[in-house]
Write a protein that binds this ligand. Structure first.
Ligand code: NAP
Length: 341
């Protein structure tokens, strides 16, 4: 049994090489908790924002980043079923995943089907929940719909493309030209998101407008996303990636976006405009957890059946976290960079 654990600390606003590796004593799970031996944890866009202090719900420094993880339960605290020990689970953590071991509330653990590779499962935790809920709970995409997915090569984007295709929708995906082959391989028609004629290109592919747009970019381009909607179409905004490197208050771009979406949503034209937040409804813990477990369970089942293609951009040892972050931010990867402790 390991007596010490390794974790990565984000000490403040630093470049990737300023991340600190720290060894500490193995923690003991408290009531309701499980100690998970982490097998895979992801580098998400959220950490790109967090290391710039630009995340909407920024945790105070110093902290251990890591939005999600997959691992096996090493030990459980009082009040937790001992049968969980040895089982493989996924969890959405927001922080704390970049470690060899993590304390997680046992109620937040979602079983990973037998035979599924931990790194492959990892690519679908935050990405799978986000994509599934936006597609099926917010936009309600069904067979015959045409949808526009921005950042179709990214973690959430590539999952959205695949889930929309499985739902029977036609998908147009924006990405840099270097990723167009990868986007095509997932079943979407790629268009360049930097193309000044992007709206015209999308209209040429969907003359009647699209039934849903999934937009993590925000900024001025959100107006095009709204205008591209078909009657009764749904705009689902879920980020402001375009403002990552702007100075000033990290909440302002999001609040500006909220106001705009609210206004559009109130217009009596049959179209809807919503902001998706994976943590919405968290205060009603039992309902929140049940939905999350259902949705992530559905995605992991599709993975186990071989119907989803995991996009593991790279597997990087935890101790080489700086390289993993640089790679994730390089704009050269398709899919998710996974840390393997
Ligand atoms: N609201 C929520 O609950 C929620 C939950 C999860 C994720 N998110 C958001 O989802 C987004 C994607 O996260 P992820 O982990 O999937 O990220 P990711 O894997 O790093 O992918 C990001 C994607 O965005 C593209 N991109 C980056 N900067 C851009 C810009 N300025 N304009 C247009 N496209 C840009 C990238 O394209 P290139 O590779 O060509 O640069 C890539 O396709 C993030 O904005 C994140 O905050 C929100």
């Amino acid at each position: 049994m390991e007596t010490s654990v390794l974790e990565v600390v984000l000490p403040g606003v630093v470049e990737p090489d300023g991340l600190v590796l720290r060894r500490g004593p193995r923690p003991t799970p408290g009531r309701g908790q499980a100690l998970v031996r982490v097998e895979a944890t992801g580098v998400s866009f959220a950490e790109q924002q967090m290391r710039r202090a630009k995340y909407y719900d920024q945790p105070p420094f110093p902290f251990v980043p890591g939005y999600d993880l997959v691992g096996t339960v090493a030990e459980v605290g009082p009040g937790v079923d001992p049968a969980l020990v040895g089982g493989r689970f996924a969890a959405l953590t927001k922080t704390g995943g970049w470690a060899s071991h993590a304390l997680v509330a046992a109620a937040d653990l979602v079983p990973v089907p037998a035979g599924v590779d931990p790194a492959e499962a990892e690519t679908f935790v935050v990405n799978g929940i986000t994509a599934w809920q936006m597609l099926h709970r917010v936009a309600r995409v069904t067979e015959g719909h045409t949808v526009l997915v921005h950042g179709a090569n990214g973690g959430v984007g590539s999952t959205l493309v695949q889930l929309a295709r499985l739902a029977g929708a036609r998908v147009i995906g924006t990405a840099s030209p270097r990723h167009h082959d990868a986007v095509r391989a997932l079943g979407a028609t790629p268009v360049d998101y930097r193309d000044p004629d992007l709206p015209a290109k999308v209209r040429a592919l969907a003359p009647g407008g699209v039934d849903a747009v999934f937009d993590h970019v925000g900024g001025p381009g959100i107006v095009d996303s709204w205008r591209l909607l078909a009657p009764r179409g749904a705009l689902v905004a879920y980020g402001t990636a375009s403002t990552r490197d702007e100075g000033g208050n990290s909440r302002l771009p999001v609040l500006r976006l909220f106001a705009r979406l609210l206004w559009w949503d109130l217009l009596p034209n049959g179209r809807t405009a919503k902001f998706f937040n994976i943590w919405a409804g968290r205060r009603r813990a039992a309902r929140f957890r049940a939905r999350l477990a259902d949705d992530l369970g559905a995605v992991l089942a599709l993975l186990a059946e071989g119907r989803l293609r995991p996009q593991v951009a790279a597997r990087v040892p935890l101790a080489e976290v700086a390289r993993a972050v640089e790679l994730a931010e390089s704009g050269t990867v398709a899919g998710k960079v996974v840390l393997v402790p």
